[in-house]
Design a protein around this ligand. Structure first.
Ligand code: FMN
Length: 221
C-alpha cells in the first residue's frame, strides 16, 4: 500500500512536472517547428494565390518571353492590344514621338478583371526609355491595390535605374507593390553592329529569371 502510494504519488508528481515542463517548453517547440518548416508556411500563406501575366508586344519579343513564363509558371496570361497602327517607318516615328511626350493610347481590353489575382507580371517592350504606351495606359486606368507586381521588359539596352524607378512609381500610383524588375536584351553587338537576338535566346534569358520571380512572389522561400 505504502509502496503503491509512493508510486502513485511519484507518478502524479512526475506527470505534473512533465506537464509543467511541456507548458514552458511549448513556445520554444512551436517556434522551432515554424522556423524548420518555412516552405510549409509559405505554401499555406499563398495557397490559391493566382498569377496573371499582362503583356503588350509589337514585334513579338515580349510575347515570346511572356508565353514562355506562362508555360513554366502555369499562370493565366492576357495580351493587351494597342489599337493604333504602329507599322512601318512612319508608324515607328509617330510611336517614338507619342511615347516620348507620354501620350496614352487606345487599348483592348481597357479594364481586365484583376480581382482574382494576387500577383501580376507586367510584360512590356521599352520605348524611348519608358514602358510601352499600351502598358502605361493599362496601369493608368486600372487599380492594382493589394497586388504584388513584377515588371518584365525586353529592350535593346539595359535601362538606367532612374528610368526603372519611374516605371515602378507608375505602378505604385495605381496601388501595386513592385516586388521585382527584370529585363532581357533583344539585341546584341556583333562586329560593331547592333543585331537583333533570336527569340530562342530571348526566351532562354527570360527563363533564367523564373527562380527570382517565384521568390519575389514568395512562392518559394
Ligand atoms: C518606338 C520604339 C522605341 C524604342 N525605344 C527603345 C529605347 O528607348 N531603348 C531600348 O533599349 N530599346 C528601345 N526599343 C527597342 C525595343 O524595346 C525592343 O526591340 C523590344 O524587345 C521590342 O519588344 P516587342 O518585340 O515585344 O515589341 C524601341 C522600339 C520601338 C519600336
Amino acid at each position: 500500500m505504502n509502496t503503491y502510494g509512493m508510486v502513485t504519488k511519484n507518478r502524479n508528481t512526475s506527470s505534473g512536472f512533465k506537464g509543467y515542463r511541456m507548458y514552458t517548453l511549448m513556445p520554444f517547440l512551436m517556434l522551432t517547428i515554424f522556423l524548420a518548416t518555412p516552405s510549409f508556411s509559405f505554401a499555406q500563406q499563398h495557397q490559391g494565390a493566382k498569377i496573371l501575366i499582362l503583356y503588350y508586344s509589337l514585334t513579338g519579343n515580349t510575347k515570346a518571353s511572356c508565353e514562355a513564363l506562362q508555360k513554366i509558371l502555369g499562370t493565366d496570361i492576357l495580351e493587351i492590344k494597342d489599337l493604333r497602327n504602329r507599322s512601318g517607318k512612319w508608324g515607328f516615328f509617330k510611336t517614338a514621338i507619342a511615347s516620348l511626350i507620354g501620350r496614352p493610347t487606345k487599348i483592348e481590353p481597357e479594364h481586365p478583371n484583376l480581382s482574382s489575382y494576387s500577383f501580376i507580371i507586367l510584360g512590356s517592350p521599352i520605348w524611348t526609355g519608358k514602358l510601352s504606351m499600351a502598358i502605361r495606359t493599362l496601369v493608368d486606368r486600372n487599380r492594382f491595390d493589394g497586388k504584388k507586381v513584377v515588371i518584365f521588359t525586353t529592350t535593346n539596352a539595359y535601362e538606367k535605374e532612374k528610368y526603372k524607378e519611374k516605371s515602378r512609381s507608375l505602378v505604385r500610383r495605381a496601388g501595386g507593390e513592385v516586388v521585382g524588375y527584370y529585363q532581357v536584351l533583344a539585341s546584341e553587338e556583333r562586329e560593331g553592329k547592333d543585331v537583333a537576338r533570336s527569340k530562342e535566346k530571348i526566351v532562354e534569358d527570360t527563363l533564367k529569371y523564373v527562380p527570382e520571380i517565384q521568390k519575389a512572389f514568395f512562392l518559394v522561400p
